[in-house]
Design a protein around this ligand. Structure first.
Ligand SMILES: Cc1ncc(COP(=O)(O)O)c(C=O)c1O
Length: 431
């Protein structure tokens, strides 16, 4: 079947020969167009944290669409935008006091990078323009996010990207294999920031951006003390710290945000995905009061931040966001993740006995199972394992040599067992 669709991150020729098509979703499951039930071990794409088709979210979107289909966010707004901003701030670490809404994680990242540079400008510190990302970081597909990302293959065809960017190493080595939770070794990787600051002159650096847990790059949790050390070094040198919580936000590691799980508060935090349970596109940036206040100078009538999107704080997205926060509260999702995560992690770690498995990394309800690459065919083994799982009724994600799991956070023990049993069987059947 060939259609006019050009799909993102997709090999179009095989897709056109055999497209994987879904018709509906409810709870933990998708139904394919040919009527097969598939257990969703990806939460859509790390986003449907409260499970599919949550009635309260569906109803809120319906109601909003019928009442206020659209209103500009430039120079005006609507009550749900104000309330959602307040509720997000209430659920965030102390000090993150303002929210700027976007439509995606990529836009949230580009917005955060622009706010970081503009913050220094607003304070008259015009030399601070450099940005520091990290190896294997994924920050979306805008030119800003791509520039600070640490996955070379994704940048290859699109240069030149932003100049003035440097990267920290991934805080991981073979000694941290088969870790669950935060690895005990590796705090020293944070000191690489000192070296970068020396090379680049600390007075020229605007911000450091990291995912608290590397997500798309292969699920790497921060070593104990690592984020604290980054925070200290940023503070010492006047550099802003940005956490990209597009994946880790909204319960994925058992707290509203990973910042709370790890006890480190950034200056800016990007959100998307779980914010609306994936039901309506939306992203946002939580901003510290201090950063915001630096902009609130100058003539009252002047726009302080020349930035925004037509669909920032879209009424349907705000309705979905508010309902999502209520559903999280009602279902006690953070507590559920904290309760089930130890079983998730030990069951995941049991896969280390499989001969094809090079590493297993698990934290919260996230997991990557890294496979030994097949000679001359990078990624082929993981793709084959993912296909076998799908054929057996479980949707997992193949990403490079990794099988990545990030199920909806309403996962129960039986579903957990089924995911790992199916994966183990697929691994056994693969050469
Ligand atoms: C950490 C992180 N940041 C940003 C993005 C980009 O989000 P979006 O695809 O909504 O633009 C993603 C997407 O996976 C992500 O994982």
């Amino acid at each position: 079947m060939t259609s006019s669709l050009w799909a993102p991150f997709t090999a179009m020729r095989p897709f056109n020969r055999a497209p994987m098509l879904f018709d509906r979703a409810a709870g933990m499951h998708y139904t394919t167009t040919d009527g097969r039930q598939v257990l969703d071990a990806m939460a859509g794409l790390w986003c449907v944290n409260a499970g599919h088709g949550q009635a309260r979210i569906v109803e809120a979107i319906r109601e909003a669409a019928g009442r206020l289909d659209f209103v500009s966010s430039f120079k005006m707004s609507h009550p749900a935008a104000l309330t959602l901003a307040d509720r997000l701030v209430a659920s965030a670490p102390d000090g993150l006091d303002k929210v700027f809404f976007t439509n995606s994680g990529s836009e949230a990242v580009d917005t955060a990078l622009k706010i970081a540079r503009a913050y220094h400008q607003a304070r008259g510190d015009c030399r601070r323009t450099k940005l520091i990302g990290r190896a294997k970081g994924y920050h979306g597909m805008g030119f800003g996010g791509l520039s600070v990302s640490g996955i070379g293959r994704q940048k290859r065809d699109f240069g030149p990207l932003l100049g003035d960017v440097a990267h920290l190493p991934l805080p991981y080595d073979a000694g941290s294999r088969f870790s669950h939770g935060q690895p005990e070794q590796g705090v020293q990787y944070a000191d690489a920031l000192l070296h970068l600051l020396e090379i680049h002159d600390p007075a020229t650096v605007a911000a450091v951006i990291v995912e608290p847990v590397t997500g798309s790059g292969g699920v790497y949790a921060p070593p104990l003390g690592y984020l604290q050390r980054l925070r200290e070094l940023c503070d010492r040198h006047g550099v802003l710290l940005i956490f990209d919580e597009v994946i880790t936000g909204f319960g994925r590691v058992g707290h509203s945000f990973a910042a709370q799980a790890f006890g480190v508060t950034p200056d800016l935090m990007t959100l998307a995905k779980g914010l609306t349970n994936g039901a309506v596109p939306m992203g946002g940036v939580l901003v510290s009061g201090a950063v915001y206040e630096a902009f609130m100078q100058g003539p009252e009538q002047a726009i302080e931040l020349m930035h925004g999107y037509t669909y920032s704080a879209h009424p349907l997205a705000c309705a979905a966001g508010l309902a999502t926060l209520e559903v999280h509260q009602e279902l006690g999702i953070n507590a559920h993740v904290q309760q089930i995560a130890p079983l998730w992690q030990t069951t995941a770690l049991a896969l280390r006995e499989q001969p094809l498995v090079l590493d297993v990394r698990a934290i919260g309800l996230l997991c990557a199972v890294e496979l030994k690459p097949r000679d001359g065919a990078p990624g082929a083994r993981a793709a084959e394992v993912a296909q076998r799982c799908f054929d057996a009724g479980v949707l997992v994600r193949a990403s490079g040599e990794n099988i990545v799991l990030s199920p909806p956070l309403i996962l129960d023990q039986e579903q957990l067992a089924l995911i790992f049993h199916t994966l183990a069987q697929a691994l056994e059947a693969t050469r």
